[in-house]
Design a protein around this ligand. Structure first.
Ligand SMILES: Nc1ncnc2c1ncn2[C@@H]1O[C@H](COP(=O)(O)OP(=O)(O)OP(=O)(O)O)[C@@H](O)[C@H]1O
Ligand SMILES: [Mg+2]
Length: 217
């Protein structure tokens, strides 16, 4: 499956980039406003496909982690900042409950960022207006735990076992690659990802990653 996805995505990448480039060139020469708007729309669709191709490649390509030392609280604050605009559009607030004195950890910053961002995006997308998404963390033994909790719609029972399977989505504009990519990244760190049904409302995604990669302890 990974190989098929990778081949398709790879073959889509070059023509898409060419189409995007040509649209921009043509747009510069067009004076008609109506046509220009149509070209803008076409360009947006091409950009959506480019994001999709990027996700497909991220899922299918083998993952080599670039470990570096980092403070997990900084990473979480960065994610809150980046997600702020999307959350505001949904009328959702992202709140952090961060433990002080978290240890300096070793992880692939960009990848972990991507995994957590996918979880926060899902939480925001599932959240009703006026609600909160909470990001919290904890240091437990040799692990770091990060939770993303929402009080949204929750995950339908019949979908619970399939959400980490590629292309499983309930969203009109979803691809169903956010969680498989997150899982792949967390697994590569020697960690784990779980989803917990909140007793009141919504779900909590919990990731566990070792403070230091296995073998470095
Ligand atoms: N926090 C959540 N609350 C409720 N349902 C969720 C949550 N997170 C994930 N899901 C369910 O799991 C499905 C798969 O999530 P995933 O992130 O893999 O794909 P997606 O969000 O649909 O699309 P995308 O590729 O854009 O992320 C979602 O379509 C949704 O039904
Ligand atoms: Mg998603």
């Amino acid at each position: 499956m990974g190989k098929a996805i990778s081949c398709i995505a790879h073959d889509m990448k070059t023509p898409l980039m060419a189409i995007g480039g040509f649209i921009q060139q043509v747009k510069r020469k067009i004076a008609d406003d109506k046509l220009a708007r149509k070209l803008d729309f076409t360009f947006e669709q091409v950009q959506r496909l480019e994001v999709l191709v990027g996700d497909m490649l991220a899922f299918a390509k083998p993952l080599t982690l670039q470990y570096q030392q980092g403070m997990i609280n900084h990473l979480l604050e960065e994610i809150v900042m980046i997600s702020g605009e999307k959350a505001a559009r949904h009328g959702v607030t992202i709140r952090t409950e961060l433990q002080e004195n978290m240890p300096v950890a070793e992880y692939d910053k960009n990848r972990l960022h991507q995994a957590l961002l996918n979880l926060v995006n899902n939480a925001v997308e599932a959240s009703p207006k006026g609600s909160e998404v909470i990001m919290r963390n904890q240091h437990l033994g040799t692990d770091i735990i990060v939770e993303v909790a929402d009080s949204g719609s929750g995950i339908p029972k019949d979908l619970f076992d399939d959400i980490f399977t590629p292309f499983v989505t309930t969203k009109k504009e979803g691809t169903g690659l956010g969680l498989p990519i997150a899982k792949k990244i967390i697994d590569a760190h020697g960690g784990a990802i779980h989803v917990i049904d909140n007793s009141d409302k919504g779900v909590t995604f919990r990731i566990t990653v070792p403070v230091k990669p296995q073998g470095h302890l």
